[in-house]
Design a protein around this ligand. Structure first.
Ligand SMILES: C[S@@+](CC[C@H](N)C(=O)[O-])C[C@H]1O[C@@H](n2cnc3c(N)ncnc32)[C@H](O)[C@@H]1O
Length: 222
C-alpha cells in the first residue's frame, strides 16, 4: 500500500518559490535525465526541433541544448516567474539562438506544430490535477518518429519515507525548497498509476521504468 496522493498547486508562480527552485543544485538528476535520454534512444542524434513541457527555469533545456548543439528547443511553462528566470539563464549560457521560451498553460493549442524529433518533460506530471493533460498534449504534438521522454517523481510508500528522501537529497537546501520537495513527493504518481494513465490514452508503445529511489521515466517512440 502507498499513501494517498495529495495534490499541490500546478503553477510555480511565486517569485521566492521560483528563485529557490532555480538556485537549487539539480545537477545529479538533471544530468541523469540527459544520460537516460541518450541510453533510451541509443545511437540516435537530435539535430532538429525539441519541445520541453513545463520547462521551469530552464536547467534541463540548457543541458539538453549543450548535449545536442544542433537542436532547436521550444520550451513552455505557464508561470511567468519561472520563464523570467529561464530567460536570464539562457542568456547567461549564450543559448538564445538554440532555445525559445513560450508562456503556455497546458492543455493548450497554442504551441507551434513542428516535426518534433523529441518531446521531453521533467517534473511536470505530478503538478497536474488531471495527469491525462500531459499525455493528451504529447499525443497532440507528436509526429511519426518523435521520441518521447518524461521523467517524474514517484510517490513514496509513506510520509516518513518522503521525509527521509527530503533529508537525504535536500537536507542542506532552503526550507522553502524542502517544503516543495516534500509536497511534490506526496503529489507524485506511482508507476502503476502512470501505466493506467498511458493505457487510458492507448499509448501502448510507451513504457514506465523506475530509475532511482525517487524517479521514474516514461519512454516511447511515436
Ligand atoms: C517542478 S517544475 C519543473 C521544471 C523543469 N522541468 C525542471 O525539471 O527543472 C514544474 C513546472 O511545471 C509548470 N507547470 C505546472 N503546471 C503547468 C501547466 N498546466 N501548464 C504549463 N506549465 C505548468 C510549473 O509552473 C513549473 O515551472
Amino acid at each position: 500500500m502507498t499513501i494517498e496522493r495529495q495534490p499541490e498547486p500546478d503553477l510555480m508562480n511565486g517569485e521566492e518559490q521560483a528563485l529557490a527552485y532555480a538556485q537549487a543544485d539539480f545537477s545529479d538528476p538533471h544530468e541523469n535525465f540527459i544520460e537516460l535520454f541518450k541510453q533510451s534512444f541509443p545511437g540516435q542524434t537530435i539535430d532538429g526541433d525539441v519541445l520541453d513541457l513545463g520547462c521551469g527555469p530552464g536547467d534541463i533545456i540548457i543541458r539538453f541544448a549543450k548535449h545536442f548543439p544542433d537542436s532547436h528547443m521550444l520550451a513552455v511553462d505557464g508561470a511567468d516567474a519561472m520563464l523570467a528566470l529561464g530567460q536570464k539563464a539562457i542568456e547567461a549560457a549564450g543559448l538564445t539562438n538554440n532555445i525559445t521560451l513560450q508562456k503556455a498553460y497546458l492543455p493548450t493549442d497554442a504551441i507551434a506544430e513542428k516535426n518534433y524529433q523529441a518531446i521531453i518533460s521533467n517534473s511536470l506530471l505530478h503538478h497536474l490535477q488531471d495527469p491525462q493533460v500531459l499525455w493528451q498534449t504529447i499525443k497532440r504534438y507528436v509526429k511519426p518518429g518523435t521520441r518521447v521522454f518524461v521523467m517524474d517523481l514517484m510517490r513514496p510508500r509513506s510520509e516518513s519515507a518522503a521525509k527521509d528522501l527530503v533529508e537525504e537529497y535536500s537536507g542542506n537546501e532552503p526550507e522553502i525548497l524542502k517544503h516543495d520537495f516534500y509536497h511534490s513527493l506526496l503529489a507524485a504518481y506511482t508507476v502503476g498509476e502512470v501505466e493506467e494513465q498511458l493505457e487510458r490514452e492507448a499509448l501502448l508503445e510507451f513504457s514506465v521504468k523506475p530509475v532511482s529511489d525517487r524517479h521514474m521515466i516514461v519512454i516511447g517512440t511515436w
